[in-house]
Design a protein around this ligand. Structure first.
Ligand code: NAD
Length: 512
């Protein structure tokens, strides 16, 4: 049989997603608190980004639901934290099994809900399962510490779970990002209250259902994981303020991070932030041109440019600037904008009309500041839904708004530079410091620039290829703390030192 053509695949995907969405449309999508489906008093609407029609109504959490969820997480904490690591390992593998079993559903629902092309979402759903497997295998040793015997004392350090954790996630690739926080927190022994983004809440429901199911079957107390939907200023704020919540793992905008820090201050909340970026990709004249071009395009235009590590600033050496920009223009003009469920689509609709307005406003800023709108800068698909043309700004200078602010859409700003020192100066001249990409044929230069560029992660002659044991996170306004590997445990666990005096130990005598 022939492989279906893309449009047959779109029809097929639409048919499948319609059936998956039926239950969300049938009744208000509830919170899931202590295993119970909770309707709540208020609701908000979730929109289809292809035409902004209403997909479904979702329960809108308030301080009351957050309180109920935080108490449930606190009540379940001793049992979950006390479960031997190998038992947690087995349960987290079970969660991964069920994510894999429902991967198609997760990918289709998330792609439809968020507008991210299905060609990327299928992989993102499976990556969610991988995150659970990776941390499942860390659970048995999560609490191991160092022991330092001396003549007089045996010192050892335990790592213990911090307690119930609030997880607040954004609307871009929400499923994968949620697993990235929740899997290590559970492996560490923490319980969870999750508040997903209000613009793409549906895949969080599937994740919550899977985890709730697995933990209930294991006979654990209800409330190991809890899901409360709602807006940042109500449900999100209440979560950051709740005294039973010991830490907040947050992914979102840098400004929101500041709000969360202030909100959490009265209860001395520990925070772990993955925030925004304005990531440079530096292309030197000795780079492999073709590979560099592919990587620059992929890292800004995949996932609709709504990716924290997107290479949104291309710094191109002046000696190759004109040719490189000509190649970029030709390729950007050919990027396929279309329905997110069409496997041929390279850019789907942006998440929300407000976000479209923000993204398109940068075409005005570009012109006003003297840059060129070389491609795009306008709506796509005849103005329908939230579709935006892939956009290329050229001839930019580092002082311009298009070179300083996170646009978070399919928009690339190209800036010329003269030499290595100039490239570094421009690369570091922003408030952010999440990722940086360097393209060069000179290993010495790669190493020098990688050391001096202000970023939490640097890729040399590569795009964002991520290995789970490595640290992920940013410096400056891009974050606090690291995800990945053992690094994630730093937020979810406390170190406790225990010193045991041995026979030889004699406390000093006073008052004799
Ligand atoms: P956002 O900050 O607007 O919202 C993120 C989450 O925070 C949502 O769930 C929202 O409801 C909640 N929120 C908003 N105000 C709050 C408050 N006062 N208290 C508590 N919670 C609150 O971000 P967004 O627009 O959803 O996501 C896009 C941003 O996320 C971009 O800046 C992007 O770079 C960033 N991001 C970073 C990473 C990373 O790993 N560094 C990954 C993905 C996205």
């Amino acid at each position: 049989m022939n492989k279906p053509l893309p449009n047959d695949a779109l029809t097929d995907n639409l048919r499948k997603v319609t059936s998956y969405l039926q239950r969300f449309k049938a009744a208000t999508v509830p919170h899931i608190i202590a295993g119970e489906r909770v309707a709540g008093a208020d609701t908000f609407e979730d929109f289809d980004p292809t035409d902004n029609s209403v997909i479904c109504k979702v329960a809108s959490g308030t301080a009351a639901e957050i309180d109920r969820a935080a108490r449930a997480a606190a009540a379940a904490f001793p049992a979950w934290a006390g479960l031997p690591g190998d038992k947690r390992q087995a349960l987290l593998h079970k969660v991964a099994d069920r994510i894999e079993a429902r991967a198609e559903e997760i990918a289709l629902v998330e792609s439809f809900d968020s507008g991210q092309p299905i060609r990327y979402m299928a992989k993102a759903a499976l990556r969610g399962a991988e995150n659970f497997r990776f941390y499942a295998d860390k659970a048995p040793s999560a609490s191991d510490g160092m022991s330092l015997p001396t003549d007089t004392h045996l010192n050892y350090t335990l790592r213990q779970p911090i307690g119930p954790v609030g997880v607040i996630t954004p609307w871009n690739t929400p499923f994968m990002l949620s697993t990235w926080k929740i899997a290590p927190a559970l492996a560490a022994g923490c319980t969870i209250v999750h508040k997903p983004a209000e613009w793409s809440p549906l895949s969080a429901v599937i994740l919550s259902e899977i985890m709730t199911e697995v933990f209930e079957e294991a006979g654990l107390p209800k409330g190991v994981v809890n899901l409360v939907h709602g807006f940042g200023e109500s449900a999100g704020k209440a979560l950051t303020e709740h005294p039973a919540i010991k830490a907040i793992a947050f992914v979102g905008e840098s400004v929101t991070g500041s709000h969360i820090m202030a909100q959490g201050a009265p209860t001395l909340k520990r925070v772990h932030f993955e925030l925004g970026g304005k990531n440079p990709v530096i292309v030197f004249d000795d780079a492999d041109r073709e590979r560099a071009l592919d990587a620059v395009l992929f890292m800004i235009y995949s996932l609709n440019g709504q990716r924290c590590t997107s290479s949104s600033r291309a710094l191109v050496q002046r000696s190759i600037y004109d040719g490189f920009v000509a190649d970029l223009k030709a390729r950007v003009a050919k990027i396929r904008v279309g329905h997110p469920l069409d496997p041929a689509t390279e850019i789907g609709p942006l998440i929300h009309p407000r976000h479209v307005e923000k993204v398109l406003s940068y075409a005005q800023h570009a012109k006003a500041d003297g840059a060129e709108v070389a491609v795009g800068g306008v709506r796509a698909m005849d103005g329908k839904g939230n579709y935006v043309c892939p956009t290329l700004f050229t001839g930019a200078a580092t002082t311009m708004r298009i070179a300083q602010e996170e646009i978070f859409g399919p928009v690339l700003t190209v800036i010329p530079f003269d030499d290595e020192a100039d490239a570094l100066k421009i690369a570091n001249d922003v408030r952010y410091g999440l990722a940086a990409y360097i393209w060069t044929g000179n290993i010495g230069r790669a190493h020098r620039v990688a050391q001096s560029v202000e970023a939490g992660m640097v890729w040399v002659n590569s795009e964002n290829v991520r290995h789970l044991p490595t640290p992920f996170g940013g410096v400056k306004a891009s974050g606090i703390g690291r995800d990945g590997g053992e690094y994630a445990f730093e937020i979810y666990m406390e170190q406790k030192n225990i010193a045991i005096g041995l026979d030889k130990h004699r406390p000093p005598k006073i008052g004799v």
